[in-house]
Design a protein around this ligand. Structure first.
Ligand code: HEM
Length: 251
């Protein structure tokens, strides 16, 4: 049992993190044109907008909460006077509200992906699989809340912080911190690492470009139009600017 715990929570995290990092770099280097979500908005907009907004708002809060909550050194919370109990209650309430929002969005998106014949036909195996895995992970995450409610002093949460920070500081005993936690937590941690492992092979890679490219407008968006006539001159890009860049065209 101890060996299984060591493999799952002491070795598997490194496999997942290495595949996440190397896989993402290799995919970006070799297959930049597959680095996208493969939007299906063109096929059916209804349900996508509500589902997508709920899902993304929820998951961003959860992502931020997990990142700060698990990886901020424990002494920082102590120095700020935030007790473990207060942090536990915050994780349960903020994470719980965001989790329910995210779940509502995920179910809308899943329904659309599975039951709209056109979307189903154009979805890759990875598109559907990752949405199912994320929905399961959300369900497990929400199921941890009643378990956490049984130890509101936050001492269990400290084990997760020690484990996560132990992994990043190469502490060989990190897995020991979560050896005796409730099986729901173990399932949530194991599936969480599996999400990191498959990340580079799915549409989740778009998370990496969102902050870097979309906000900076450095990326390209391909738009197909049904127009037969050419577009009128761009109001913000006067032809003189284009001509200035292409002197041969100015004559
Ligand atoms: C490696 C990845 C992940 C790890 C290590 C992880 C770890 C944890 C831990 C330790 C808790 C319990 C916090 C506490 O109350 O003490 C938790 C809760 C939760 N997790 Fe995750 N998680 C991961 C990924 C995810 C993902 C991808 C989702 C969403 C799809 C998610 C959704 C939730 C939710 C909704 C809760 C309950 C509310 C909360 O406590 O924030 N988790 N997670």
């Amino acid at each position: 049992m101890m060996l299984l715990n060591q493999i799952l929570f002491g070795v598997y995290p490194y496999i997942a993190l290495v595949v996440l990092a190397l896989g993402s770099v290799i995919r970006f280097d070799r297959e930049q044109y597959t680095w996208r979500t493969g939007s299906s908005q063109l096929l059916r907009r209804r349900q996508l907008v509500t589902g997508s907004i709920l899902f993304h708002l929820g998951i961003l809060v959860i992502f931020g909460g997990h990142f700060v909550g698990l990886l901020t050194p424990i002494w920082v919370f102590e120095a700020m006077g935030v007790s473990h109990g207060a942090k536990q209650v915050l994780a349960m309430t903020a994470g719980g509200v965001a989790g329910v929002m995210c779940m509502a969005g995920a179910l809308l998106l899943l329904h659309r992906r599975l039951f709209d014949p056109r979307i189903r036909a154009t979805s890759s195996f990875g598109d559907t699989a990752i949405l199912i895995i994320l929905t399961l992970q959300l369900a497990l995450g929400l199921a941890t809340i009643p378990v956490s409610a049984q130890h509101l002093d936050g001492h269990e949460m400290v084990k997760f912080m020690n484990w996560a920070q132990g992994i990043f500081t190469f502490n060989p005993d990190a897995a020991g911190f979560v050896a005796d936690v409730h099986p729901i937590f173990k399932a949530h941690l194991a599936l969480g690492m599996t999400i990191l492992l498959v990340f580079p092979f799915t549409r989740l890679v778009h998370m990496l470009s969102a902050p870097i490219w979309y906000l900076n407008r450095r990326g390209w968006q391909l738009v197909r139009t049904r127009r037969s006539l050419p577009l009128p001159p761009h109001p913000v890009l006067p032809t003189t600017i284009i001509q200035a860049r292409r002197p041969e065209a100015a004559e």
